[in-house]
Design a protein around this ligand. Structure first.
Ligand SMILES: Cc1cc2nc3c(=O)[nH]c(=O)nc-3n(C[C@H](O)[C@H](O)[C@H](O)COP(=O)(O)O)c2cc1C
Length: 351
């Protein structure tokens, strides 16, 4: 409701939003399962694909707090799958980690279809097609967000992949190439018509990369137009963000991304709220650092020395929001072995 008073305009938010609560009607809808084609998922909160992050180790931590959520692998190159003698390690799935989706990227429909068949054999419950990656190396070859400019190729990919596998095919994309080319509404409609069973929309353009704010208002327009589930993505860093995003977009669920870096608790926290209507108890600093230790050990066991180098960035992400965290972050980003990392994170003074 708007009130005009002495040239000032006051906008009164609905009470549930002011209190950071979700409206009862929306909560009722969102506490029901998410239907992705023939697949039923008992959670409306998804862990996004994050290249260099969502490996088996990270996923196992997210899964602990969000056992029913759909979790995505890192994006996998379909051309590589075609030419390499072995499947890339990125596609390795633990038999216990379900529901899981394997994300593929490329612009060749035939390669994508063949890769999708292999992904299903590995255990993918759905196949997700990356149509949002902004990285030059990928867009120059016609993959990722450049498909927003090639809707006919995008359509052919969805159709071919759908023909090749008996699991639902989903799409993850952005608003458009840039502010002058925001075409998500027509694009999403075309993907739905081609047979996509769900679409995730990151509320930024390719040109924005990860800058500026995600435009949830445009995701709301996509949701109004489509009949398949629409998942809102972008700028979800807390339960409160998820509530606001869901109220604005009326989306069928939210996908968490950078909010999970160094914080694999987020998907579970939002899921808990949507299922119970109560805010979860947040982890203490000690619990966060214990989780960082486990992450470090997991990466070491799974990837050896390469895992230690990868752990540097993860540990730095865990170290935020407490006194001394900047210094600890700096030290974590230089560790050379597990012991160094563990002794840094063990220090009593951090907790
Ligand atoms: C480190 C990093 C890696 C990413 N890797 C992928 C990827 O492999 N596939 C994909 O579809 N999106 C990828 N994204 C995009 C995210 O999934 C998400 O769409 C984006 O970060 C917007 O959400 P946010 O504002 O909540 O971070 C990546 C983003 C980051 C920061």
């Amino acid at each position: 409701m708007w009130f005009i008073n002495h040239q000032k305009i006051y906008f009164f938010l609905p009470e549930f939003l002011m209190m950071n609560k979700i409206s009862t009607k929306l909560q009722e809808q969102l506490s029901t399962p998410l239907k992705i084609g023939s697949v039923i998922i008992n959670s409306r909160v998804l862990q996004s694909p994050l290249s260099g992050v969502t490996d088996k180790v990270f996923r196992s931590l997210v899964r602990r707090y969000a056992p029913e959520s759909m979790i995505y692998t890192e994006m996998v190159n379909a051309t590589e799958i075609k030419h390499l003698p072995q499947l890339p390690r990125l596609m390795e799935i633990d038999p216990n980690e379900q529901p899981i989706s394997i994300q593929l990227f490329d612009c060749r429909a035939d390669f994508m279809a063949q890769a999708a068949e292999k992904a299903v054999k590995e255990g993918a419950k759905t196949i997700d097609i990356n149509m949002g990656c902004p990285v030059n190396k990928i867009t120059k070859k016609g993959g990722g967000s450049s498909l927003l400019r090639q809707p006919d190729i995008a359509e052919a990919i969805v159709k071919e992949v759908k023909k090749a596998v008996n699991v639902p095919v989903t799409v993850k994309t952005r608003l458009g190439w840039n502010d002058d080319e925001i075409n998500i509404i027509e694009f999403a409609q075309k993907m739905q018509d081609a047979g996509a069973s769900m679409i995730t929309v990151h509320g930024r353009t390719r040109e924005q990369g990860y800058t500026g704010t995600a435009r949830w208002d445009i995701i709301a327009q996509v949701k109004q137009k489509l009949t398949i589930p629409v998942i809102a993505n972008g700028d979800i860093f807390s339960v409160e963000d998820a509530i606001r995003c869901l109220e604005i977009t009326k989306a069928d669920g939210v996908m968490c991304s950078r909010g999970t870096l160094g914080y694999p608790f987020l998907v579970g926290e939002i899921d808990f709220y949507l299922k119970n209507g109560k805010k979860p108890i947040l982890p203490t600093i000690k619990e966060r650092l214990d989780c960082a230790k486990e992450h470090l050990i997991g990466l070491w066991e799974y990837k050896g020395q390469k895992g230690i180098f990868q752990a540097r960035k993860h540990l730095a992400w865990y170290c935020k929001g407490f006194s001394g965290s900047a210094e600890l972050r700096d030290q974590c980003s230089r560790i050379n072995n597990v012991e160094e990392g563990l002794s840094l994170l063990n220090m009593e003074s951090w907790s």
